[in-house]
Design a binder for this molecule. Structure first.
Ligand SMILES: [Zn+2]
Length: 369
């Protein structure tokens, strides 16, 4: 149960929040706890019950299980989510909410982490994805000398956005002589991205999306690295290739993923063409994309123009109704209880490095998750 303003006093904590305690993952054994009084705070609920775990001696409160645990401004999250997927850049959000830009950055990172866990938690008992459309979405981090591909996978029959990874790429395409020289200088100083990045990151994407199935159908464009990724998988894959030059309408086999690409460019200010709000780190792109993924799958109707259109998660039978923002933020999810795929683990820890930045903030907070 989720502690809220209306939570009755009889609420008991579901498990010990200490990840090293035997009562952290429901062992089914009796868990001895003791109530140790209240503390008062500025935000509702004003009186917070405290407890001690008699086994590991860790003390905690009802707040420990709340998504806004350790936050000064829990009121901001719902607003920030809607503005992030509504096409606003971080500084615009900060001006609109009258808070410091750094506050917005921190909240987006934290909501992003919550969304990574939320989606993974939903996927634990979800039906397998058998027909998938994949694509690399082009953007960049830091400057146009550092292009990236965000690899995305969408279930063909439901528009469900299943998973994403990313790769850094070498700048290519038309460049002036000065730009070519600058690229050489940067590469000499910072090194070059792994030429196998697309192949490896697409492979991880497919591994996570297809899980331990024996057979799957994958639609993609004719990028040569994708064939190599698919060859390395231990699954029988029927790979259907559609030329990237084909007209991109509803009849195109890649329609579902093209639609997602459009949605990402439309809703995430950092990926607009000719934007001045690009992400300095692809780490931050991933956090924003995780928020968009949750919104797209669980909160937004599948068809924009149809009133009451079900969400992709409803079409898959994963939920009976649209997820409301209060439900998304209803309870804290514990990293120690949800297993994230390798790349999402890196996103969670903010461990994805951007060439050309020396000091990058990682996520190493112990209590404020
Ligand atoms: Zn304990």
């Amino acid at each position: 149960m989720i502690p809220t303003k209306k939570t009755p006093h009889a609420w008991t904590p579901p498990f010990c929040p200490n990840p090293n305690c035997i009562h952290h993952n429901n062992s089914g054994e009796h868990w001895p706890i003791k109530k140790i009084g209240y503390f008062k705070r500025q935000q509702p609920p004003f009186r917070i019950q405290r407890f001690t775990c008699k086994t590991c001696k860790r003390s905690f409160s009802t707040q420990t299980f709340s998504q806004d645990y350790w936050q000064k401004r829990p009121d901001l999250d719902a607003n920030i989510i809607m503005k992030t997927v509504g096409g606003m850049a971080n500084r615009q959000i900060a001006r609109d909410l009258k808070v410091a830009p750094e506050t917005v950055n921190r909240h987006i990172a934290r909501i992003g982490r919550h969304c990574l866990l939320f989606h993974q938690w939903q996927m634990e008992n979800a039906p397998p994805v058998k027909i998938v459309v994949v694509d690399g979405f082009e953007s960049f981090e830091l400057s146009q000398y550092h292009p990236i591909h965000l690899h995305v996978a969408v279930e063909k029959e439901t528009d469900f956005f299943v998973y994403f990874t990313d790769s850094e790429l070498r700048r290519k395409g038309r460049m002036t002589t000065t730009q070519k020289r600058r690229r050489l200088e940067l590469e000499a100083e910072l090194g070059r991205p792994d030429p196998k990045a697309i192949e490896n990151d697409m492979r991880e994407l497919l591994e996570v999306v297809l899980g331990d199935q024996k057979w799957a159908l994958v639609h993609s464009d004719d990028h040569p690295a994708y064939r190599r990724s698919i060859k390395k998988l231990n699954i029988i894959i029927d790979h259907r290739v559609t030329s990237g030059k084909d007209h991109r309408d509803r009849n195109n086999s890649l329609w579902e993923v093209n639609l997602l690409d459009l949605l990402i460019r439309h809703c995430n200010a950092n990926h607009r063409r000719e934007t001045i709000a690009w992400s300095k780190r692809r780490q931050a792109s991933a956090e924003r994309l995780a928020i968009l993924l949750v919104w797209r799958n669980y909160m937004k109707g599948r068809r924009e123009k149809e009133r009451g259109s079900p969400t992709p998660a409803m079409v898959r039978g994963m939920m009976e109704e649209r997820l409301e923002i209060e439900d998304l933020l209803g309870k804290r999810l514990f990293r120690s209880q949800i297993e994230l795929p390798p790349r999402w683990s890196e996103y969670y820890d903010r461990a994805v490095k951007t060439r050309g930045l020396d000091r990058e903030r990682r996520h190493e907070l112990k209590y404020a998750y």
